[in-house]
Design a binder for this molecule. Sequence first.
Ligand code: PHE
Length: 337
Amino acid sequence: MKEKLQALCTEIETAMAEVATSRGLYELKVKFQSELKGVMSGMRDLPKEERPAFGKIVNEYKQDLEEKFETRAAAVKEMEMQAKYAAERIDITMPGKAYKAGALHPITLVKNQLIDIFAGMGFKVFEGPEIETDYYNFTALNTPKDHPARDMQDTFYLAENLLLRTQTSAGQIRVMEKEAPPIKILSPGRVFRSDDDATHSPMFHQMEGLVVDKGITLCDLQGMLAEFAKKMFTSSTKVRLRPSYFPFTEPSVEVDLSCSECGGKGCRLCKGTGWIEVLGAGMVNRRVLENCGVDPDEYTGFAFGMGIERIAMLKYGVNNIKTLFENDTRFLEQFEE
Ligand code: PHE
């Protein structure tokens, strides 16, 4: 019996040295315990007086092996941890991936600046649809079908009475139809015309302004534009109004700013004139007020419309409008604030 016990213990010890996983060790321990039970059940066959002595030996072997199991378990666990660390090793000296934060597009920057300037004068922002009806884009703005002024804008028609808006002026009508004066709105947005050269793009952005109230005059327009020019460009920027024509304003003006490049002396940018044309404006035509249910004998108003690209090009010295739409990050990065 004692030999049997010894043989079992030697076998388990040898196996233990070869097991390299916690799971394998656990299984071996279970096997040992069940086989030890088998050996112990043989005790019944021993003479009664020998039993206590043999029981003592069994206990010693058992204790000895259990200690060995524990030592081996600790070693195996350590091996397993080392393997895990090696597999999950992170090289903290490796250079990281740099994620570059984007920046606002110059058109957005200028649009936000314009909104800031005019919001400071009490304007609210209204945004109309980019696909407009003929009525809002032209007819209600005193430009009925066959009106020669339709030639001023080369329009993308989608259907007989549906088009890509050519001007944010359509927003004037939408606001006046809904709201009673006093009105003071700013309408920024994308507009579309079949134009394509260094200073024109088939898609560009405009910012419309509309003020309607009792006693509004051209002086109010001029004063407000002078304020805008100073805030957008420099405190010495001057404003000049020249007679012009738009079907929806009467009188109509073209607004020039003194050249920011030469300060008005005359240079290449202003073609030697000292002035740069920046926007169209005028007193809202009586017919337009009437079309929107506003009494032109009680209320007057002014409107203006400017190209955001044009302002951005002047402000940042960009000479080709296309560079604003190519999305070349080397170009766009220059405007990060
Ligand atoms: N809508 C005109 C244009 O696009 C500009 C304008 C707006 C003129 C408002 C007068 C008043 O050319």
